[in-house]
Structure formats: structure tokens, C-alpha cells
Design a protein around this ligand. Structure first.
Ligand SMILES: NC(=O)c1ccc[n+]([C@@H]2O[C@H](COP(=O)([O-])OP(=O)(O)OC[C@H]3O[C@@H](n4cnc5c(N)ncnc54)[C@H](O)[C@@H]3O)[C@@H](O)[C@H]2O)c1
Ligand SMILES: O=C(O)[C@H]1O[C@H](OP(=O)(O)OP(=O)(O)OC[C@H]2O[C@@H](n3ccc(=O)[nH]c3=O)[C@H](O)[C@@H]2O)[C@H](O)[C@@H](O)[C@@H]1O
Length: 386
């Protein structure tokens, strides 16, 4: 492997990374990248490893010995501190992060995103270890513009909706709107990490992902996850398309999102890992401001792309409206619009996303079709028990 240089032309020394939540969607892509392109070693911690199995076996893989899986639940495992001490850098990805859980399992959500992250921060701070912590764009909540009258021309002014790490406020709904339990827990852990940096010198970087999507995201209900489970929108819509049922648009599908391809976003994380002097002490938005759509437009685009990659005809009624109460239950609320400001990540790391929404959906839905179409056909052919 050729020697790797950082952005300032210095040689990058191989490091050991303790990655918590390595078996999830983002973790699996990050492990893949680190194994294929860098000399770094990964201590991969998670309760599951299905999404990184292909990296762990067989022993003849070129990176064998550089990735080690530890089946650990960080809620209660005394091995955590030892593993953090063995590493140069800790990356914490572990979290409950599916909106269907925020209002239905708010205690688990708050414990997972705040309480369970506390020892990780503490061990990093006490042992002088660097921490990259995964937060979320949900900490911004709703835009300032969403509170303006519907016909206000200011709604078109970026000052009222672009989300900026160092100036935008965090705007959540009332306490009964338990949707915000996740965002609020993430905000508090961000504040704690920031304070550890200021008061105790913790070297930290906080990442705020804006809807990263791609292969291996979440699960397909009834195939590799619970039949009644509700994953994030990419997997919900993929499931509908695979089963040839209409895509469900929550409250009319008017909310707006910007989607970034997981492989683009992972490049940004690698830059943070390998350029500590440029990343420490910073909070980074990581998203693609050019890929904005309403959820309704996303549904239309996914339907078109899926028709192309699967060769199956389009449904007559590709989508239906459903109320958020029916879909998510009591206490749901939503972010109206999410455009990341890219100034800080551009200046510090020179990073920009590359992949258009159409292209990223094409590769992702090709993967979904290849991975799940047969299994879905088989499961749908089975007679249902009465
Ligand atoms: N995917 C996105 O676009 C996105 C957006 C915003 C924020 N994030 C944040 O990024 C992180 C990773 O997200 P993801 O999309 O990969 O989610 P994911 O659910 O696929 O991955 C999280 C992983 O953490 C593990 N985990 C959870 N609790 C654990 C515990 N107590 N002990 C050990 N392992 C545990 C899970 O088993 C899972 O494999 C999360 O913190 C999430 O809040 C992701
Ligand atoms: O990915 C992110 O950046 C963050 O935002 C996500 O939140 P959200 O974007 O609201 O979650 P999705 O499940 O991806 O839903 C997006 C939108 O689609 C809608 N939706 C979802 C599913 C569905 O079947 N139909 C539908 O209309 C939702 O109501 C929402 O408006 C999750 O909170 C986190 O994974 C993460 O922190």
C-alpha cells in the first residue's frame, strides 16, 4: 500500500481505531473503506456483525488481522474502557436512530443517545484519547423559516433555512412531541463533549450527518428485520417497491430532505480521521445541499429508478397518503427542511459531495433488488397461517 499523506503533506502513521457501532450502516462502510484503502487497525464493537461479516471472514482476506470484532453492548460491559485505551482514536456510532422509535420508545432513545454515550466520552477524556462522535442534523430541528407566515417572501431567503454549525439555533417542538427525544439527547451529548473539550482539553470532532443513504441501510421488514418494524425512509420505500405496494407518504410527503451518498460521506469521515489538526474542536455538517427533494419527489424518483433497474412495470397508483399519527403514532413531529451549510467542512477539509440523487438511487436500488427481490418473492409465495 502506498504511503498516505495528510492534507498538509505529512506522512500519516497507521493508527488503531476503536469503532463503536461498527456493525451498523455507516460503520460497515467505514470499516470497508479503512480496510481497502488504509493501513489502520479497527477494533469493531457492536452487538451485531452481519453487515461486516464479509470483512471478518475468511482469514485469507488481505486485511486479516487488521480488523477485530468484539461483541459488546456498551450499556454494560467492563471491557469498554480497556478497548478505548488500546486505541489512538474512538469513533462512536452506537445509537437508536430510527424515527419510528423516538416517540414510541423515548426512554430507550434517550438512554441510547445520551446516557450510554457518557462513559465513552468520560473514558476518552480521562485517558487523553481522541473522539469522533456521531451526532445528527436533527439537532437543528425545524428551520426558523417554518415559523414565518406561509406566504412570507422571507421563506425563500437562505438566512431563514440554511443550517449552519456555529450560528443556527436548535428548534424542537413541545415535550409531548416525543419525536424530539432523539434530537434533544444528541444535543445534550454534543454540549457535554464540547464542554469536555473546553474545560478538560478533550480532542473531539462532532459529525452531523444529513440523511446519508446507500446499500445496507437499516433492514427490509420480514426479511432481515422484524415484519412490524419501521426503518428509515430509504428502506421503507425500497420495501414497498420490492413488494409492489404503494409508497406511503406521511402527511402528504411535503417535508424536504437533502440526501447524500454514503460513499461520498465516508470520504469526509476519512479526512477527519487522518487530519486531526484540522478536525479537532470542530462540528461538521456532512450532507449534499444539491440533492434536495420533498419526500413526495423522492418517492416518484425511487419509483422511476426501481422500474429501470428491476425491469418490472410501474404500479398504477405508486403512492398513497397516510397521516403521521397512523404511521408513527402519537407524538410524531417533523423537520421541515434540511439544507447543510458547507463552509466549515470546505474550509477545514476541502470536502465536497459528488454523487447526484439519481445516480445514488440507481446504485442503491440495484443493490436492493439484487439482495432482496428473490427473498421477497419466496416470502410472499408462502401461504399465510390462520
Ligand atoms: N444514516 C444517517 O444518515 C445518519 C444521520 C444522522 C445521524 N446518524 C448517526 O450516525 C450513527 C450511525 O448511524 P447508522 O445509520 O449507521 O445507524 P445503525 O443503526 O445502522 O448503526 C448503529 C449501530 O450501533 C449499534 N449499537 C446500538 N446500541 C449499541 C450498544 N448499546 N452497544 C453496542 N452497539 C450498539 C447497533 O447495533 C448498530 O449496528 C448514529 O449515531 C446515528 O444517530 C446517522
Ligand atoms: O438521516 C438523518 O440525517 C437523520 O434523520 C433521520 O430522520 P428523518 O429524515 O426524518 O427520517 P426518515 O425515516 O429518513 O424520514 C424522512 C421523511 O420521510 C417520511 N417518510 C418516511 C417513511 C415512509 O414510509 N414514508 C414517509 O413519508 C418521514 O415522515 C420524513 O418526513 C433519522 O432521525 C436519523 O437517522 C438521522 O439522525
Amino acid at each position: 500500500m502506498a504511503a498516505r499523506m495528510d492534507l498538509d503533506g505529512r506522512l500519516i502513521k497507521p493508527m488503531t481505531i476503536c469503532m463503536i457501532g461498527a456493525g451498523g450502516f455507516i460503520g460497515s462502510h467505514l470499516c470497508e473503506k479503512l480496510m481497502a484503502e488504509t493501513p489502520h487497525k479497527v477494533l469493531a464493537l457492536d452487538v451485531y456483525n452481519d453487515k461486516i461479516k464479509h470483512l471478518l471472514e475468511p482469514d485469507s482476506l488481505p486485511w486479516a488481522g487488521r480488523i477485530e470484532f468484539h461483541r459488546i453492548n456498551i450499556k454494560h460491559d467492563s471491557r469498554l474502557e480497556g478497548l478505548i485505551k488500546m486505541a489512538d482514536l474512538t469513533i462512536n456510532l452506537a445509537a437508536i436512530c430510527t424515527p419510528a422509535d423516538y416517540n414510541t420508545r423515548p426512554l430507550d432513545t434517550i438512554y441510547s443517545n445520551f446516557i450510554d454515550a457518557l462513559p465513552v466520552v468520560k473514558y476518552c477524556s480521562e485517558n487523553n484519547k481522541r473522539l469522533i462522535h456521531f451526532s445528527t442534523c436533527e439537532v437543528y430541528g425545524k428551520t426558523i423559516g417554518s415559523f414565518l407566515p406561509k406566504d412570507s417572501p422571507l421563506r425563500k431567503d437562505p438566512a431563514y433555512y440554511v443550517l449552519k454549525e456555529d450560528t443556527s439555533p436548535c428548534i424542537f417542538g413541545s415535550i409531548e412531541k416525543q419525536r424530539w427525544s432523539y434530537a434533544c439527547a444528541k444535543q445534550l451529548i454534543e454540549r457535554l463533549i464540547y464542554a469536555e473539550g473546553v474545560e478538560n482539553g478533550l480532542d473531539f470532532t462532532i459529525v452531523r450527518p444529513f440523511n446519508w443513504i446507500g446499500p445496507r441501510m437499516d433492514f427490509i421488514p420480514g426479511i432481515d428485520g422484524p415484519s412490524e418494524g419501521v426503518p428509515r425512509v430509504l428502506a421503507c420505500f425500497s420495501n414497498n417497491l420490492l413488494r409492489r405496494e404503494p409508497l406511503k407518504l406521511v402527511d402528504g410527503g411535503q417535508s424536504q430532505r437533502t440526501f447524500v451518498y454514503i460513499k461520498d460521506a465516508i470520504e469526509a469521515v476519512l479526512l477527519m480521521i487522518e487530519n486531526p489538526d484540522r478536525a479537532n474542536g470542530h462540528i461538521f455538517n456532512v450532507g449534499n445541499p444539491n440533492n434536495e427533494v420533498t419526500v413526495r419527489q423522492l418517492a416518484e424518483m425511487m419509483t422511476q429508478v426501481y422500474t429501470k433497474v428491476s425491469g418490472e412495470p410501474m404500479l398504477q397508483s405508486p403512492s398513497i397518503d397516510v397521516s403521521s399519527k397512523e404511521f408513527y403514532g402519537e407524538g410524531y413531529d417533523d423537520s421541515d427542511k434540511r439544507i447543510p451549510d458547507m463552509t466549515i467542512i470546505n474550509k477545514q477539509l476541502g470536502w465536497n459531495p459528488k454523487t447526484s440523487l439519481w445516480d445514488l438511487l440507481e446504485s442503491t436500488l440495484t443493490y436492493q433488488h439484487r439482495t432482496y427481490a428473490e427473498a421477497i418473492k419466496k416470502s410472499m409465495a408462502k401461504p399465510t397461517a390462520f
